[in-house]
Write a protein that binds this ligand. Structure first.
Ligand SMILES: Cc1cc2nc3c(=O)[nH]c(=O)nc-3n(C[C@H](O)[C@H](O)[C@H](O)COP(=O)(O)OP(=O)(O)OC[C@H]3O[C@@H](n4cnc5c(N)ncnc54)[C@H](O)[C@@H]3O)c2cc1C
Length: 413
């Protein structure tokens, strides 16, 4: 029986502790918060989209960084085994749109309760308000974990045969995933690839974007360019906010495009009418204009666009709002058509970690054995979850990676 410490009581750490204890090890789970799984509570808007019901081989395409690194862990504990695990421990599950799996209760707390109860049953020692602060090694092997226990701030040490680090990324730091374990890993000789927010809204440049704050667009196509190069194009839903844009299309775009700044921005356009090609939309505009020949331009477009967008489109079209329909020129109509098919804006950056669903970057996977999750640098040191340089799109895939890497680390420690 080995002495195992798991640092981080999130999704990956809880699963790692479960598996290590199932294998008969003496396991201590350290969590700096006052409770386990604080981030899991807020996943899936409090409902926890804990995995996806897709074919297992389709999971890898959802990962934007290092999908091959995950082959062993995901095939060891795949999405169907995750579902079986939770069902066997009394949690009923259901599948929703896009294969998203949720607890039938719609309560993320039930996912945590299921894991907490099983940890208790397995006699895992859970130390809350206890933060790992240093790791000792000897001859390239991990030997001791040192933590600080709040509120008295007393220090505690554990001699260890195995240490699993599962401190999460940097996003939503108020949940405890504040990136503090990266410094520990760097001290141990590990490389941390550049960290940046992903699945995160964009800041935009133009003043007219916040004017449409609160407006959600459904069935539009968002395209993002780096100069002339098309980086992203997808159909779906997005939202205007007081700082820029958000919503499903924008979040997935943020995981796929390069980093941008006000000095190195990206340009974007929205096809507001993707179901109509240029010709069809032009015919529709001609009809609207001829039917409203005596109406002012500002009153012509109401059937075509949401009310919040009308003043912006009218202003950007450059057409005098008082102008009568029958006075609108062919060139003006062409300009309007272009605006509807390619409504433009500029992306100057992303929002910060506080608003990012996940973190891109992390422990370089080159230094981790994908078939065990063990460090290639320090023996007995393992990694699990979002602190690794892996990140997926939404749909339950990030939690799947946490369960799978946690399980494999617990299996191999
Ligand atoms: C708003 C939001 C919604 C999301 N919704 C979904 C979803 O529906 N489906 C999905 O698949 N993914 C979702 N995600 C992503 C998912 O929550 C994460 O990818 C996942 O929780 C990562 O698990 P983890 O165990 O690696 O890290 P975390 O769950 O972040 O856990 C890390 C834990 O380690 C603790 N810790 C850190 N340092 C120390 C230390 N030194 N000592 C002791 N403890 C420490 C932290 O307090 C924390 O509890 C969502 C994320 C957010 C922010």
């Amino acid at each position: 029986m080995a002495k195992v410490v798991v640092a981080g009581g999130g999704a990956a750490g809880m699963m790692a502790a479960v598996r290590a204890a199932e294998r008969g090890h003496d396991v201590t789970l350290l969590e700096q918060n006052e409770k386990l799984g604080k981030k899991v509570y807020i996943t899936g808007k409090g409902r926890c989209n804990l995995t996806n019901g897709c074919d297992t081989e389709d999971i890898f395409a959802q990962f934007q960084s290092n999908p091959r690194f995950l082959y062993s862990s995901i095939y060891t504990f795949d999405n169907y085994r995750v579902m079986d695990f939770f069902k066997e421990h009394g949690l009923k599950l259901k599948e929703e749109r896009g294969g998203r799996i949720f607890p039938v209760s719609d309560h993320a707390s039930d996912v945590i309760r299921t894991l907490s109860q099983y940890l208790k049953q397995l006699r895992v020692e859970v130390c809350l308000q206890t933060k790992l602060i240093s790791v000792k090694t000897k001859d390239g092997r991990v030997t001791e974990a040192e933590a600080i226990a709040y509120p008295g701030k007393e220090k505690k040490t554990w001699p260890v045969d195995g240490l699993i680090l599962a401190g999460g990324g940097c996003s939503y730091p108020q949940t405890g995933s504040d990136g503090n374990q990266f410094a520990l890993c760097q001290k141990l000789g590990h490389t941390v690839t550049p960290l940046r927010p992903a699945l995160v809204p964009f800041n935009t440049k133009e003043d007219y974007i916040p004017q449409m704050m609160g407006l959600s667009l459904k069935n539009v196509t968002l395209t993002i360019f780096d100069g002339k190069k098309r980086l992203y194009e997808e159909f779906g839903e997005m939202l205007f906010t007081h700082f820029g844009v958000s919503g499903p299309l924008v979040l997935s775009a943020s995981s796929k495009v390069r980093e941008c700044t006000p000095q190195r921005p990206l340009t974007a356009q929205i096809d507001l009418k993707p179901a109509l090609d240029q010709e069809k939309l032009d015919r529709r505009l001609q009809r609207m204009i001829s039917e409203g020949a005596n109406k002012q331009f500002k009153n012509l477009l109401s059937g075509l666009l949401p009310a919040k967008m009308l003043p912006v489109v009218i202003s950007l079209s450059g057409i005098d709002p008082e102008k009568k329909g029958n006075a609108i020129t062919k060139e003006e109509r062409a300009g309007l058509l272009k605006l509807l098919k390619a409504f433009p804006f500029t992306i100057t950056g992303t929002r910060g970690f506080a608003e990012a669903i996940i973190t891109k970057g992390g422990i370089s996977v080159k230094e981790v054995d994908p078939s065990t999750m063990e460090s290639k640098i320090i023996q007995g040191l393992y990694f699990a979850g979002e602190m690794l340089d892996i990140d997926a799109l939404t749909g339950g895939f990030n939690l799947q990676a946490a369960w799978s890497t946690g399980y494999l680390a617990g299996e191999c420690v």
